[in-house]
Design a protein around this ligand. Structure first.
Ligand code: ASP
Ligand code: MG
Length: 401
């Protein structure tokens, strides 16, 4: 069997944990498996590096940031290889160049294009455990890139797809995917299985267990994932195409505080306005989420939308820059004191009551809903950020997991 095992930062945070991971990998290796290990940077090292950069230059070039951040993963893979050697097992660490992992040339948010197999296959044939840096790639200009925060999961899935791995295991510091973040909702339960689609909604909604692009990729290439703890041997959660037939109406409640709402007020009420607004935003790489347009009045209308908080200023600036030209409007407002709370479940496609049930729970908890959006398997509300935990608890309790 070829197994890809990915370990997050907390799983390799110190010497003891590095050896713990090394031993777990060696166990699989000694059973005769080919083992490819993907690692994140140790502990909070990526944040530490970002702080160092900020201290030197708050507007550091993105290329240099990537150059710096890739050292985090390079440190952990090299140390892991050393740990395995000290345990008497041949291992080799490889960075994005050595593999090579080709990505787009977007510093800080690159996309994987292609992974060369030859070097990894060669090392596996030499009976080595292969330890690969997560999160990083190489652009066509031979510059290091990174895949966005949390991107090591995506590296692991991409490797599993490329190598046709028999298993892809994502090790983290929790026992699997829960019905809600256990730090916020103490009686949240671990799920045994979840579908790609549910996981995609939960990942992008801030459940935080998996990088959403990793789930997208797993779905696209049919890579079955197991999310489990590196600190114990409990079973974890399987992420796959079809979960058990006994579909749960709702499989999880998620919140996301990394959000801001932008309101563009008094836009002209004529064709092409929404197109121009969102085209300008797209041109500035602003990802837009919940969109709401008001009913037109006096030949004007309002459009509000949400973005991640770090993109709020770019979004406002983009609109402001076109106010004299193609985007005439009265006012642009931004509210950073908002959060999203969502319920997700494949079973809600055939059951109409879920939204009402969620709204009732919020009403009972005296939480005001500012905006609503839905997909086939999700209902999301935008609320005041201070209400997030209260709302999570109320909604989770309502659905009685
Ligand atoms: N080390 C990177 C980060 O902290 C990538 C990862 O952990 O997946 O975002
Ligand atoms: Mg992660």
């Amino acid at each position: 069997m070829l197994i890809v095992k990915k370990f997050g930062g907390t799983s390799v945070a110190d010497k003891e944990r590095i050896f713990n991971v090394a031993k777990r990998c060696i166990e699989d290796y000694k059973k005769g498996n080919d083992v490819v290990v993907v690692l994140s940077a140790m502990g909070k090292q990526t944040d530490v590096l970002l702080d160092m950069a900020k201290d030197i230059n708050p507007n550091a070039p993105k290329r240099e940031l990537d150059m710096l951040l890739t050292t985090g993963e390079q440190t952990s893979v090299a140390l892991m290889a050393m740990a395995m050697h000290s345990l008497g097992v041949p291992a080799v660490s490889l960075n994005a160049f050595q593999v090579a992992m080709h990505t787009s040339a977007v510093a800080g948010n690159a996309r994987l294009k292609k992974i060369d197999k030859e070097r990894i296959t060669h090392e596996l044939e030499q009976k080595k455990i292969v330890i690969v840096t997560g999160f990083q790639g190489v652009s066509k200009y031979d510059d290091y890139t990174t895949l966005g925060r949390g991107g090591s999961d995506t590296t692991a899935v991409a490797l599993a797809a490329t190598l046709h791995a028999d298993a892809c295991e994502i090790y983290t510091d929790v026992d699997g995917v829960y019905t809600a973040d256990p730090r916020i909702v103490p009686d949240a339960k671990k799920l045994n299985e979840i579908t790609y689609d549910e996981m995609l909604e939960l990942a992008s909604l801030g459940a935080g267990v998996l990088h959403n692009r990793s789930v997208e990729m797993a779905k696209k290439y049919g890579v079955q994932l197991v999310v489990r703890s590196s600190l114990n041997t409990s079973e974890g959660t399987i992420v796959k195409e079809d979960a058990k037939m006994e579909k749960m109406l709702v499989s999880g409640v998620a919140s996301d505080k990394n959000v801001a709402r932008i309101a563009v007020i008094g836009l002209e009420d004529k064709p092409g306005v929404a197109f121009k607004l969102f085209r300008h935003l797209a041109n500035h790489n602003v990802n837009v989420d919940m969109i709401l347009q008001s009913i037109g009045r006096d030949n004007t209308k309002d459009i509000s939308f949400t973005v991640t908080e770090d993109m709020a200023d770019v979004a406002v600036e983009t609109v402001e820059n076109h106010r004299d030209g193609s985007l005439k409007c009265k006012e642009v407002k931004v509210n950073k004191n908002v959060a999203k709370v969502s319920v997700v479940g494949a079973g809600m496609q055939s059951n109409p009551g879920v939204a009402a049930q969620m709204f009732e729970a919020l009403f009972d908890a005296n939480v005001n809903i500012q905006q609503i959006s839905t997909s086939e398997i999700r209902v999301t509300v935008l609320i005041a950020r201070d209400d997030t935990d209260k709302a999570m608890k109320a909604v989770h309790k309502e659905f009685d997991f």
